[in-house]
Design a protein around this ligand. Structure first.
Ligand SMILES: *Cc1c(COP(=O)(O)O)cnc(C)c1O
Length: 357
């Protein structure tokens, strides 16, 4: 039986996509084999690679002067790839809004003169610093921000004001809301939250930033080389790219990102409204900065949190345990989580509150 899976990543995928994957696994389009068993340079896979690329461009409205790369190593690999490709003057500023932002900054420190432009660390990352108060240094190569903070459940609703190249980690909110790609020099995202199985990492980079990589940049991390080779410099994560293509088709059919955003806003509203009207559950994130994708919450005690997680799982609502550095619960309600899943969760929360108040 399928459960409602609130995992933060890898996370739930759309059922229609899983069904197609299952159907095509023994015989992909009359080839007599699955997409994972054939050459990545053969026609069938090249067509998948091209369609995935074209669909992502269409869904995100990515302008011609940007390259879309499918690479490996996860978002964490990009923490190094970004400075290795973009540093010219040797300086960049980071906005610390969570654990992954901190990790990106620490990795960056290995390669250049990095500074923290703003941080909410002292408040346990419960808010996004005001973009109007952010001061960036002169002569920096880029400003790095984490658009949606997967662990703490916050997100930017306004972009930092800077003339420097804006770089963002969009791992947990890519394709969940409309974003103006033109505002960024570089967007990267691991696929395993909103797109596909773990394996592929999306990089969307403005073409005029290519070809300036540091001489020590590993070949595999060099965006210009990946771009020149249509992301097929070496063997790509074929299965992950194939499922990504199916997810992009699914999303397009649904009405694209604007339609998805409406559904996501509705899902998040159901959950936040319920939490805010309850004296039992609490979400500590500044209201304006709340994530549409990851909703952390607590009950009155750690004992009740543990009981909640256990009983929810017994009711087909799984992977609700919060990240170990935050505790409590976290409901990740990515694109593939249907609205019924959120409604079922709220019903369960009501019942649990009544029984344990
Ligand atoms: C999950 C996540 C990461 C880490 O991704 P990997 O692909 O596991 O390296 C980085 N940043 C954000 C915002 C994430 O949600």
């Amino acid at each position: 039986m399928r459960v409602f899976n609130f995992a933060a990543g890898p996370s739930t995928l759309p059922v229609p996509v899983l069904e197609i994957t299952q159907k095509e696994l023994l015989d992909y389009q009359g080839t007599g084999m699955s997409i994972t068993e054939m050459s990545h340079r053969g026609k069938p896979f090249m067509a998948v690679n091209d369609e995935a690329n074209a669909l992502l461009r269409e869904l995100m409205n990515i302008p011609e002067d940007y390259s879309v790369l499918f690479v490996q190593g996860g978002a964490s690999q990009q923490f190094a790839a970004v400075p290795l490709n973009l540093l010219q003057k040797g300086k960049a500023d980071y906005i610390l809004t969570g654990n992954f932002a901190q990790k990106a900054y620490e990795e960056g420190l290995k390669y250049g003169d990095m500074a923290v432009a703003a941080s909410s660390k002292d408040a346990k990352y419960t808010f996004i610093p005001d973009v109007n108060d952010m001061k960036f240094r002169d002569n920096i190569d880029y400003v790095h921000m984490t658009y949606n903070n997967t662990i703490f459940g916050s997100r930017f609703t306004e972009l930092p004001k800077t003339d420097a190249t804006l770089v963002t980690d969009m791992s947990s909110n890519i394709l969940s809301e409309v974003v103006d790609v033109k505002k960024f020099g570089l967007i990267y995202a691991g696929a395993q939250k909103n797109i596909a199985p773990a394996g592929v990492t999306i990089v969307i980079v403005k073409k005029d930033l290519l070809g300036k990589a540091s001489p020590i940049c590993p070949t595999m991390l060099n965006y210009a080389i990946q771009d020149k080779n249509d992301s097929l410099y070496n063997t790509p994560p074929c299965f992950s790219i194939y499922v990504a293509m199916l997810v992009f088709r699914w999303l397009k059919e649904l009405g694209g990102v604007p339609a998805m955003q409406k559904i996501n806003e509705e899902k998040a509203k159901i959950l936040y409204d319920f939490i805010d009207n309850s004296s039992f559950y609490k979400n500590n994130v500044n209201k304006k900065d709340r994530s549409l994708m990851n909703v952390p919450f607590v009950s009155p005690s750690e004992e009740l949190d543990a009981k909640f997680i256990k009983e929810a799982a017994a009711n087909g609502l799984v992977s609700l345990k919060g990240h170990r550095i935050v505790g409590g619960m976290r409901a990740s309600i990515y694109n593939a989580m249907p609205i019924e899943g959120v409604k079922k969760l709220v019903e369960f929360m009501k019942k649990f509150e009544m029984e344990n108040k």
